[in-house]
Design a binder for this molecule. Structure first.
Ligand code: ASP
Length: 437
């Protein structure tokens, strides 16, 4: 059995709805469907969710917001008319307006995008509509109650051969609506996939899976046909964004693969993400390259640091006292480096340096800004000799100097830090060295 989540651009208008129906009808195993709210129909268009947030913000400050709801209604009405669907949109919008008027939360407003799209899609597919407020359970602070949710979905869907369950939101015990963070329909889909023990969680979007590098840097970057959840974690942490970061956990734990597919190119198999992926499945040693700019590196130097017990702990204590998270921790014999997010560090720079000095009495503390980190990820790297050498020589052949190197102990990735100005050039060089050979 397959659980299918469709993103906003896959359901942005009637034409897209038709493609979705074709996809669902093409395989009767596609039984449970999780829609997003209508997204952009092209450049310059608006996402319904953004409009709903705009309406909620206007209402909160006492400004008119009904005209924004009208714009949203028009989007749904066009879809309903084009597909000749009989959904009481007028009554729904009257209810949304009056609920917002009486002080409904921002989350309530935002969730209506998925709710209404769910109603339309259920009608269009002829599937029952199961409101997410019945099956996705949050606590009153908006924290997902995963086990409760799992039982609720499993119980509710066990008697339904198919259903449409809107993404992005759920409710607490008292019926108050809560949403996930932006892009959270991916999480809803993963929760449903886990609860019904799907064979595959299909995540339908407008790209044909993950690419080996950001196409804004490497325009013809190849698609990744297969990868592991661990590789995906590494790549998305470093910037590859196709799937919501939290969407992998429910399915990964349950051993369910996630398949990223393109609604506009349904024949393409997309990217399959599994717990264990076949080593031979990819043509190249590396799976992908990801990274981003905006890091700072703090270098603490002290002679004989290596024989001073508790030195590292004290440096990290200073980092923690400033409320900062560190990204990496490359260390040498007499030096220790802490890589931090530059923007987060900014308001705490002086305090942090001062605390490090007080706690560790170092010979020097220096901060180097404008660092970019690049992760080269691949489960195949561990088996291959010379991967690191190839990576470093590719970068140095471009005259780029490497500021830091960090190889995860899993040997799943090698991270290098370069100056921000060298970022694109370094990514291209790594791609060329491993893919264009
Ligand atoms: N519609 C919501 C958003 O735009 C959630 C989603 O699409 O996953 O963030």
């Amino acid at each position: 059995m397959l659980v299918c989540k469709f993103g906003g651009s896959s359901l942005a208008d009637a034409e897209q709805f038709k493609k979705v129906k074709e996809i669902i009808l093409a395989d009767k195993n596609r039984r449970y469907v999780i829609p997003s709210a209508p997204g952009k129909r092209g450049d310059g268009d608006e996402k319904v969710t953004d409009l709903l947030y705009e309406a909620a913000a206007a209402r909160q400050v006492g400004s008119p917001f009904l005209h924004i709801l009208e714009r949203i209604r028009y989007r749904y009405e066009r879809i309903a008319q084009d597909l000749q669907l009989d959904v009481p949109l007028e009554a729904e919008f009257t209810k949304i307006a009056s609920t917002m008027m009486t002080g409904a939360s921002r989350d309530y407003a935002a969730s209506r995008g998925e709710y209404l799209n769910g109603l339309l899609l259920a009608e269009y597919l002829g599937f029952p509509f199961v409101d997410a407020d019945r099956v996705i359970r949050f606590d009153k602070n908006g924290l997902l109650l995963e086990e409760e949710t799992n039982s609720l979905i499993a119980d509710t869907l066990s008697s339904l051969p198919n259903a449409v369950i809107p993404g992005f939101y759920g409710a607490d015990e008292e019926g108050n609506i809560h949403t996930f963070s932006r892009g959270g329909s991916d999480i809803s889909g993963a929760l449903v996939a886990r609860a019904v023990n799907a064979d595959v969680y299909e995540n339908w979007t407008d790209v044909t899976g993950f690419r080996m590098a950001d196409p804004r840097i490497v325009p013809d970057a190849q698609y990744i046909s297969s990868m592991t959840y661990r590789e995906l974690r590494e790549l998305s942490y470093m910037g590859a964004s196709v799937l919501h970061e939290e969407a992998i956990f429910p399915v990964r734990r349950a051993g369910i693969p996630t398949n990223i597919r393109n609604t506009n190119d349904p024949k393409h198999p997309g990217t399959m993400i599994r717990h264990n992926a076949d080593r031979q499945a990819n043509e190249h040693i590396i799976t992908g390259i990801a990274g981003h700019k905006g890091f700072s590196i703090i270098t603490v130097e002290k002679d004989l640091m290596n024989s001073e017990s508790g030195f590292g702990r004290r440096v990290l204590e200073a980092v923690e006292e400033c409320g900062l998270n560190f990204e990496h921790l490359p260390t040498g014999i007499d030096t220790m480096c802490v890589v931090l997010n530059e923007k987060e560090l900014r308001p705490h720079r002086e305090q942090l340096v001062q605390r490090i000095v007080e706690l560790t009495h170092p010979d020097s503390v220096t901060i180097h800004d404008h660092l970019a980190l690049i992760a080269t990820v691949g489960r195949g790297m561990v088996r291959n000799y010379g991967t690191a050498a190839r990576l470093f020589s590719a970068i140095s052949a471009q005259g780029i100097s490497i500021r830091i190197i960090d190889q995860g102990s899993s040997e799943l990735n090698i991270i290098v830090g370069v100056d921000e100005d060298d970022f694109d050039k370094a990514v291209k060089a790594i791609y060329d060295a491993f893919v264009r050979v």
